[in-house]
Design a protein around this ligand. Structure first.
Ligand code: AVJ
Length: 327
């Protein structure tokens, strides 16, 4: 068992470029100055937002997490059977602990597990827990933003690699960004390497909208937390009762959109800046793209990944794809 401790290096790195904050102030000031106001969805995940997202994954209405988990648990052995040469699992964004555990159990041939995450704290916590439970596994945490090219440590260069990107996180990217992302993953795993990726499927609008506008109001709280976060961190004065959560399916673009809708004409101050809202105007806070299997395989091929196998859940709501790099 070994965990490489990157804590001090991580702290130094954060002090230099504020990577953990990721420029929330700049993003909000820029986003609210646009003709169609927006705030990027990556800012949902402060401490409160991450806890709310955990709650979302347990909602009856939010089917993706449960459906994907059922695929990993029900088809783990079949997935592993496609990967006899694989020795290292490289996870893009750590923290999906249950899914990782299901895959590690299904793949005893693994010698290395390398989680990549922008949060040094999350990385250290997960790495320690996993090496305690999988004593024969070499855990190699990589503190990096996986949206930029990632260089793997030497020990991973010569062994068969499987990149793991569950959760339909790829749905947050514009399709052109998704293509760039896949091409970078292909560089990381190298010729013959694989990617196992979870992607939410297109389906009836009612099921989709309900998953993003649950009856319990947890997703509403998750969306509104963005304004609460701006109040906490940026000394903004958003009146939370003056905005409402909205989830719509944009069929032309094949995506769920989340918005925060101003319920009245109002002005909001953030430091020296003032932003005016008309009644009904929205802040666009998230896109969650949905892919039909044919659409996703086309995207994969465009990034020079060959689709090897596809698994789906009993209700055919979610899909897991195994792709192989053509080199
Ligand atoms: C974490 C991006 C996969 O798009 O379904 C859940 C985020 N937003 N409910 C998704 C989310 C609202 C989630 N992803």
């Amino acid at each position: 068992m070994s965990v490489v401790m990157l804590k001090d290096r991580a702290a130094a790195f954060e002090a230099i470029d504020g990577v953990e904050e990721g420029g929330f102030r700049d993003a909000v000031l820029r986003g609210l100055a646009l003709p169609h106001k927006m705030i990027p969805s990556r800012f949902f995940y402060d401490e409160r937002g991450s806890a709310l997202f955990e709650d979302i994954t347990r909602l009856e209405a939010y089917y993706p997490t449960r459906s994907e988990m059922a695929i990993f648990e029900g088809h783990g052995a079949d997935i592993a059977a496609h990967l006899p040469e694989t020795r290292a699992l490289v996870e893009f964004g750590s923290g999906s602990s249950l899914k990782i555990r299901a895959m590690l159990k299904a793949m005893p041939q693994l010698t290395h597990y390398a989680p990549i995450d922008i949060s040094g704290e999350m990385l250290t916590r997960e790495a320690q827990a996993l090496s305690a439970d999988f004593p024969d596994l070499e855990v190699v945490p990589i503190h990096a933003d996986f949206m930029s090219p990632v260089e793997l440590p030497k020990e991973l260069r010569e062994i068969g690699k499987l990149a793991f990107f569950p959760g339909s996180t790829i749905g947050n990217l514009e399709p052109y960004e998704a293509l760039e992302f896949l091409a970078r993953v292909r560089d990381t795993v190298g010729t013959g390497g694989h990617l196992l990726i979870g992607v939410d499927r297109k389906k009836d609008t009612e099921t989709l909208v309900r998953a993003y506008d649950d009856p319990e109001g947890v997703t509403a709280a998750f969306n509104l937390n963005l304004l609460a976060r701006a109040n906490r961190e940026l000394e903004a004065d958003f009146d939370l009762s003056g905005f409402a959560h909205e989830a719509r399916y944009n069929a032309d673009r094949g995506r769920i959109e989340m918005h925060l809708k101003s319920l009245k004409e109002q002005a909001v101050s953030i430091g020296a800046c003032r932003f005016d809202f008309t009644e009904g105007e929205t802040i666009h806070t998230e896109n969650s793209y949905k892919y039909a299997p044919d659409e996703f395989r086309l995207l994969a091929r465009a990034a020079r990944f060959e689709p090897v196998a596809t698994w789906t859940d009993a209700n055919e709501r979610f899909a897991v794809y195994l792709l192989q790099s053509e080199g």
